[in-house]
Design a protein around this ligand. Structure first.
Ligand code: IDP
Ligand code: MG
Length: 149
């Protein structure tokens, strides 16, 4: 089973979308294995978004992501890395399909509500950045045989 890192960004928390985003993943059948509310330090934010360090939007991105609390999560399931990216929709909400999280709840690229890992390798890196191994819980769900064949 794959694991991915998902974060409700400060705009999503302020707008009361945490429950909605968790609900979508729960209802799809994915399993929550880690969860915390935190406010990113500038160092954490710069590390998390290191690949964008040289982009013109980087200072604004760091200001945005550190502007309030975020909800960091780890979700587990079959093909979950790709599935979460699909459920989030395109980075630019103007290009996100209706029905996706960004296509439903966002307008501007700099206020796009959620972050999700873009590959298995990224997921591993991002999970390690925000969670210690003891904070990730492996457990059985009675429902799993009704979700996986
Ligand atoms: P992703 O979040 O869909 O993986 P990335 O290209 O990795 O998209 O960009 C990371 C984040 O940086 C985006 O989610 C968005 O918040 C912000 N961002 C990306 N491109 C722009 C831009 O052109 N203007 C402002 N913010 C941007
Ligand atoms: Mg990205």
């Amino acid at each position: 089973m794959e694991r991915t890192f998902l974060m409700v960004k400060p705009d999503g928390v302020q707008r009361g979308l945490v429950g909605e985003i968790i609900s979508r993943l729960e209802q799809r059948g994915y399993k929550l294995v880690g969860l915390k509310l935190l406010r990113l330090t500038p160092e954490q934010a710069e590390n998390h978004y290191a690949e964008h360090r040289d982009k013109p939007f980087f200072p604004g991105l760091i200001a945005y992501i550190t502007s309030g609390p975020v909800v960091a999560m780890v979700w587990e399931g079959k093909r979950v890395v790709t599935a979460v990216r699909e459920m989030m929709g395109a980075t630019d909400p103007q290009k996100a399909l209706p029905g996706t999280i960004r296509g439903t709840y966002a307008v501007d690229i700099g206020r796009n509500v959620v972050h999700g890992s873009d590959s298995l390798a990224t997921a591993e890196r991002e999970i390690a950045l925000f969670f210690s191994p003891e904070e990730l819980i492996s457990y059985e769900r009675a429902l799993d045989t009704w979700i996986y064949e």
